[in-house]
Ligand binder design. Structure first.
Ligand SMILES: C[S@@+](CC[C@H](N)C(=O)[O-])C[C@H]1O[C@@H](n2cnc3c(N)ncnc32)[C@H](O)[C@@H]1O
Length: 401
C-alpha cells in the first residue's frame, strides 16, 4: 500500500469500522458488501487493515483497533510492555532539565516510538524509517494514541545527530524474506549501530535474542527480555546506559538478574555450584538461560545449585518460589529408560504428562506416545543428560499460597 492510499483510508473511518464489523470468514461477500459504498482500492486496503488489526490485538490489545499496520511492521514491532520497559530506562537516564532530543532510528510502525514519546515528557522525539508507508503508519499511530513526535522518512545514515541526547535503533532483521541471526545482515548493520553509539553515547539497540554472545560489542550491557516466560528480544545498551555486562529482565514483573549477582568464582560451565538433586527443581526463565545467568539464579535460592555445569536446571533442598523460573517438587529420580519411566508413571496413575528435555535427543511427543499414560493424575517429567548419564525426574509443579 502506498502512503497516499493509507491517508485516503485513514480519512474514511466509516469504511474501516464497516470492514472490522464483517467477519473475515465471510470472504468474497465482504468485498461485495463494501463495494456498494466505496471504491475497490479503498475496500481492499480496509479489509487488509481490518485483518491486521485483528491479528495485532494479541500484541497491542484494545489499542490495535485504532492503529495502522503493515504485515512486516506488525511482525517486527516491539510488544508495548517491552517497549515501555525500554522507554522507562531512556527516561531515567536523561536528566529532566537536560537538552537534546531522543531519536528512534528504524521506527517501523511505531511500537517503540509510541513508548518513547509517552515517556519523553516535553523532550522532542523523532522517529525515522526509510519506508514511506511504514513512516506514515507510525505517524498515524502516534496520532491515534494522542502522542507527539516527528517522523522522518529517510535512511538512518542520513540523519543529522547534532542535538541528539539519546538514540534507539531497531534494525530490520530479515534478509531474503527470512529471519536472520547474523548480526552482519541486520539493516542497518551492527557496525552502523556501533558508530551510532560512538556519536551518541546514550544509545540502545534491539537485536534478536539468539544473537551469539561472541557477536556482542565490547563494553555493552546485553539485556535479554522475556514476556510471560517467552524470550522476546535482546537489547544492547551502550555508554552510560551500560551498568553491567549481562542482564535478564522478566516482564511483566520487571524482575532482573545481572552478572553482578553471579557468586564469586561461578564461571558458567566451571562446575562451581553443582550438587546433588534436592527436593526442588527449577527451570529458569529463557531470559535467564540466554543471558548465561543460571548460576546467578541458583545463588539467589537457599542452597541453590546446578544439577550439572552444562544443563540449565537448578536444584535446592527447600521448595521456595522464585521469580526467575518455574519450580517443581521432585518426587522421584530414575536413570532414564522408557520402561522404568512407564512403570513409575503407571504406579502413580499418571494420565497427563508434561515432558521437558535438556541435553538429550528425545522428542517429547514421541516419548509421550511410548509411555501410554493412563490415569487421573498429572506429572511433569524432566529429562536431562548429566555427566553420570541420562536421568528422568518425576515432579509436580509447585503450588504456593
Ligand atoms: C524491526 S523494524 C522496527 C520496529 C519498531 N521498533 C517497532 O517497534 O515498531 C525495522 C525497520 O527499520 C527500517 N529500516 C531498515 N533499514 C533502514 C535504514 N537504513 N534506514 C531507515 N530505516 C531502515 C525498516 O523499514 C523497518 O521498518
Amino acid at each position: 500500500m502506498d502512503p497516499s492510499l493509507l491517508d485516503r483510508l485513514a480519512a474514511v473511518p466509516a469504511l474501516l469500522a464497516a470492514a472490522a464489523a464483517l467477519p473475515a470468514s465471510s470472504g468474497a461477500s465482504r468485498v461485495e458488501r463494501l463495494r456498494r459504498d466505496w471504491p475497490a482500492d479503498l475496500v481492499a486496503a480496509a479489509l487488509t487493515q481490518a485483518d491486521l488489526r485483528a491479528r495485532a490485538v494479541a500484541k497491542f490489545g484494545d489499542a490495535a483497533a485504532a492503529m495502522y499496520f503493515t504485515p512486516d511492521g506488525l511482525e517486527q514491532s516491539s510488544r508495548p510492555p517491552v517497549a515501555l520497559h525500554r522507554a522507562t530506562r531512556f527516561a531515567a537516564a536523561l536528566p529532566f532539565a537536560s537538552a537534546g532530543s531522543v531519536v528512534d532510528l528504524c521506527c517501523g510502525i511505531g511500537g517503540d516510538l509510541l513508548a518513547l514519546a509517552a515517556a519523553a515528557g516535553d523532550r522532542a522525539v523523532l522517529g525515522v524509517d526509510r519506508d514511506p508507508t511504514t513512516a506514515r503508519t507510525a505517524e498515524l499511530n502516534l496520532a491515534a494514541a494522542g502522542l507527539v513526535a516527528d517522523v522522518q522518512c529517510a535512511d538512518v545514515a542520513d540523519v543529522a545527530l547534532n542535538g541528539v541526547a539519546a538514540a534507539f535503533i531497531d534494525p530490520a532483521r530479515r534478509s531474503s524474506g527470512r529471519r536472520t541471526f547474523d548480526p552482519a545482515a541486520y539493516s542497518p548493520s551492527l557496525s552502523f549501530v556501533s558508530s551510532l553509539a560512538a556519536a551518541v553515547p546514550l544509545t540502545a539497540a534491539k537485536v534478536a535474542p539468539g544473537i551469539p554472545h561472541e557477536a556482542l560489542p565490547d563494553g555493552v550491557e546485553a539485556e535479554w527480555v522475556s514476556w510471560r516466560g517467552e524470550l522476546k528480544e535482546a537489547a544492547l545498551w551502550f555508554g552510560p546506559f551500560a551498568a553491567v555486562a549481562r542482564r535478564a529482565t522478566l516482564l511483566p514483573s520487571g524482575a532482573s538478574l545481572t552478572d553482578a549477582d553471579l557468586p564469586a568464582g561461578a564461571v558458567p560451565g566451571s562446575g562451581a555450584l553443582v550438587g546433588e538433586i534436592g527436593a526442588a527443581l527449577y527451570e529458569p526463565d529463557p531470559a535467564v538461560i540466554r543471558s548465561g545467568l543460571v548460576a546467578a539464579m541458583a545463588a539467589g535460592l537457599p542452597g541453590g545449585r546446578l544439577l550439572d555445569p552444562h544443563i540449565a536446571y537448578i536444584t535446592a533442598d527447600t521448595v521456595v518460589p522464585s521469580v526467575f523460573g518455574a519450580c517443581f517438587v521432585v518426587e522421584d529420580v530414575l536413570p532414564y529408560s522408557v520402561r522404568r519411566l512407564k512403570e513409575a508413571l503407571r504406579a502413580r496413575q499418571v494420565g497427563t504428562v508434561e515432558i521437558k528435555v535438556r541435553g538429550l535427543d528425545i522428542d517429547p511427543s514421541a516419548l509421550r506416545k511410548s509411555l501410554q499414560p493412563r490415569g487421573d493424575a498429572s506429572r511433569t517429567v524432566l529429562l536431562a543428560r548429566l555427566d553420570t548419564g541420562p536421568i528422568a525426574i518425576i515432579a509436580q509443579r509447585a503450588v504456593f499460597a
